[in-house]
Design a protein. Structure first.
Length: 118
């Protein structure tokens, strides 16, 4: 499975961005997908995940009700709508895919940079 993330960029505080992650290859093995982020000098942190079949969603504390994860099964794509962005949201955002519902993810995308200016 290959994951291609896109949609990052520079946005002012209070603005919005929508990230996309397109999966290709053996996509039938995907059970769930997720977004993580890593800010400079910080550890990677969980943002949100979604199950592929039923669309059940889970959010990390960083989402704070501002982010929404969704998927389009026909396009093998997962999205992360980010609203009310803050400078603290500046990070590289990575998408990940898992072939099980257990902990950990099997596949990772290359990341897309989100920069929020104050």
């Amino acid at each position: 499975v290959q994951l291609q993330a896109s949609g990052g960029g520079l946005v002012q505080a209070g603005g919005s961005l929508r990230l996309s992650c397109a999966a290709s290859g053996r996509t039938s093995s995907i059970v769930r997908m997720a977004w993580f982020r890593q800010a400079p000098g910080k550890e990677r942190e969980f943002v949100a995940s979604i199950t592929w079949r039923h669309g059940n969603t889970y959010y990390g504390n960083v989402a704070k009700g501002r982010f929404t994860i969704s998927r389009d099964n026909a396009k093998n794509t997962v999205y992360l709508q980010m609203n009310s962005l803050e400078p603290e949201d500046t990070a590289i955002y990575y998408c990940a895919a898992g072939s099980t519902l257990g902990p950990g993810f099997d596949y990772w995308g290359q990341g897309t940079l989100v920069t929020v200016s104050s």
